[in-house]
Design a binder for this molecule. Structure first.
Ligand SMILES: [Zn+2]
Length: 285
């Protein structure tokens, strides 16, 4: 399999979920082996989408260093990973990636419209060879090697919404090819009784029923209802795909998680890279 980028630039604009700030983004085709790179046009500074550059995982995945920050990168990264885009430059003129409709649907549609360009360089994959696990006080995640019948990236999640919503499980086998239809349309979500708390933390300033599902009494307040019957769990898969892509390579293996979020997946990647025996770099999926 070869690396790929987008065929031509994509221009989008919108507001950030947490800051409420408007940002323009240009997704620009980029060279082989460059990976996904963010460029803050207003600051003239760039940063690579890598787990090494994560500065915060509280309610969103944020990249940064001493010079800049880029907030809420996970849904755009998820779209790139789900669409097998290896290389892209994301030019942005503010600090948070627009939330769009709360999912990665618009990014995926724009990539499909523009087209994917195959490049000459070979795509490498990161194959899990040892079981890795990260536990915290409320949940866990693990990456385990695929068994002989499994291919690509497999994701199995369990929820515990603690009486705020019905608990659900989801099992997505071989994400390859399943992403646009099964995952990309799933929106981010929140619980009605937590909105005041999030606002008091200076978060969700840009949140509305146009870009998030809000659950009250086990039901969405959104007049249009849900896009998938288990949309919340599918969104969790969407987030896992985006956060895992911060490894820098598509992963071959199985991700199992309970009550996962950005914090857990990021720490799982840190565990993964502690020991080179946990994975091998391979050429073919
Ligand atoms: Zn999300």
């Amino acid at each position: 399999m070869n690396q790929s980028t987008i065929s031509k630039s994509i221009f989008l604009k919108g507001i950030g979920l947490h800051t409420g700030l408007e940002a323009n983004i240009e997704l620009q085709p980029s060279d082989e082996n460059s990976g996904i790179v963010f460029y803050r046009k207003d600051l003239k500074k760039r940063i690579k989408a890598s787990w090494k550059n994560v500065i915060s995982t509280k309610f969103s995945t944020n990249l940064g260093d001493q010079n800049l920050n880029i907030k809420t990168v996970e849904h755009l990264l998820s779209a790139f990973a789900g669409m097998h885009i290896s290389n892209c430059l994301v030019i942005i003129d503010n600090e948070e990636v627009p939330i769009m409709d709360g999912s990665s649907k618009i990014f995926v549609e724009e990539i499909l419209k523009t087209g994917v360009k195959k490049q000459k360089a070979t795509q490498k994959f990161l194959e899990i060879t040892n079981k890795i696990r990260f536990d915290c006080d409320y949940g866990y995640a693990e990456l385990v090697p695929n068994n002989s019948s499994e291919h690509g990236l497999n994701i199995s999640l369990q929820s515990s919404f603690e009486g705020k919503y019905e608990d659900q499980n989801i099992n997505i086998e071989n994400l390859n090819g399943n992403y646009p239809a099964k995952i990309s349309k799933a929106r981010t979500f929140g619980f009605f009784n937590e909105i005041e708390y999030l606002k008091s933390q200076n978060l969700i300033k840009g949140g509305s029923l146009d870009n998030a599902i809000v659950i009250k009494d086990f039901k969405p307040l959104n007049p249009e209802g849900l896009r998938y019957e288990n949309e919340l769990m599918r969104h969790k898969v969407l987030d896992v795909v985006g956060d895992l892509s911060l490894s820098g390579l598509p992963i071959i293996g199985k991700y199992n998680g309970f009550k996962t979020g950005h914090y857990i997946t990021y720490n799982l990647l840190k565990e993964l890279f502690k020991d080179k025996n946990n994975y091998k770099i391979v050429l073919a999926n």
